[in-house]
Design a protein around this ligand. Sequence first.
Ligand SMILES: [Zn+2]
Length: 575
Amino acid sequence: MAEAIPSIFSIPLHFTRPPSVQDELTTQTSAAQQDTIAECLPFLTSAEDASKSPFDFNDHGVPRLDRQGHIDFLHGSLREFPAGFVAVDASRPWMVYWALMGLYLLGEDVTYYRERVITTFAPMQNASGGFGGGHGQYSHLAGTYAVVLSLALVGGERAYSLIDRENMWKWLGRLKKANGGFEVCEGGEVDVRGAYCAMVIIVLLNLPFELPSPIHTNVGTLSTFQQGLEDYLAKCQTLEGGISGAPGNEAHGAYAFCAIACLCLMNEPHIGLRSLDLPSLLSWLSSRQYAPEGGFAGRTNKLVDGCYSHWVGGCWPLIEGFLYGPRTALNSPTDRVLRSLYSKEGLTRYILSCCQAQTGGLRDKPSKRADSYHTCYTLAGLSSVQHVHFHVHQDASISSSTHPFRWRSLPLCDLVSSSAAGLCDRRHWPSPQYGTYSSSAGYGCVVTVNHREYQTDAYYPTEDLAKENAAMRAYLICRNFSVNDGMYPVGHDHGGFVQGIPTAIGTGRHSHRHNGSDTSSSPGSSPGRQGNLRSSGYGSSSSSYGSHSYYGSSSSSYGSSSRYRSIYPASSRRS
Ligand SMILES: [Zn+2]
């Protein structure tokens, strides 16, 4: 009898089988949960399906991101819709925003859509301020939020000048309520969505925080948009620890994001979130992630759904901003060590294994169809797991508060050196050997993996960062080669991978396997090797998960991109 062939993929057991502890009480809810697990497991373990090509997965058994498929899907969702879509007429700004944001996250240039976006939204602006969801409709905060973000995404003076900021400010003044919250439209409901959307609009349009005069009777004694808002949001935290849409309602992932993000727009995160009961919020948020699925659910006893990759997943960077406080910068890989409070691996597995539709686009779960809403928010979640976010100190010379624009993100490359070491171990290659060198420009590094050398493409401020970069370059290429150095099968499109420079057998070979942290540093001397990999098409940063160079062109939804600065200069602020 033939011996079982060990799997070439490393998928942790808890992502491959149902939970070992089951609730004995069967209800409609528990049955739906069992169905969802049964639906997801084949996707989570598909790397081990003999009928699938192993080249479609990375070493962790995670499928690659079908980047082009998703780009095509999102461009398609900006074309004309069939007649049935009249039902979502009031969501026109959202349909535009989800597609543009998804494309932006995938690195596409969305300025191509600038004129169409302006032409679409111009008739939806009301003379009394704000935008309706469709032509002739009352202004609504949700639609206005999507319009403002869409205009910011396509950018340009013509897009920015479309917005009547003065009437927007006066309209927002009429939505503010004496309890601190905001109505979503005049005479509409007061909830956490309204507060979050209003604060995004105020900050991005650089509107005055003072309420416009004459002050509306709605607001009692309040005189600014922020007054009473912190208390209002704190009242939305429930007994469970999560946050509801309005005081007294059930906690929900999307409302939690709106409330937490709103507090972080009003104040720096290490101050803004003090009004919440953080231990119970952390407990509630943590409980939203399930195994084996790996994704997040929006409420207690609900099912995982790709869109909560953003609504719940997006809460974590903000909470980490609270816990770790403002930073000057992240200068060493140890700063980037995954001190994550949730399983980034689990969420990555769920998104890439279960949410990608074969026809392009991403979805809630395998049994659902892809749509631009889920595509946008699963990609935002994927970006979030692949970056480390931090809030930086304000320069003391700046008088006005700029904290909403002081979020920065860096790609996570903290574990690349250990991933490279793990790869060598699985392939039975000698452990990676690092050689760093320095110049006035910083540090560079050459790493030897499988008798070939891979060199950094630039200089880095620390030796550790140089090592990580070299490890990343080696890892991205070497993971495509098998134990015996074999290349792809004949006829397989291997995408033009370029191996490193061969070294003589025996050079730098270690006599025993050990941790990849081993270095042989030679400061002050450059090995003088040419960057033979510079033309190989790999960026200086990428993920150990997922696609060909997903990072190369993507940005975080909290990123440091200039798009996320106020689109109006400080001089235009009324005061
Ligand atoms: Zn959903």
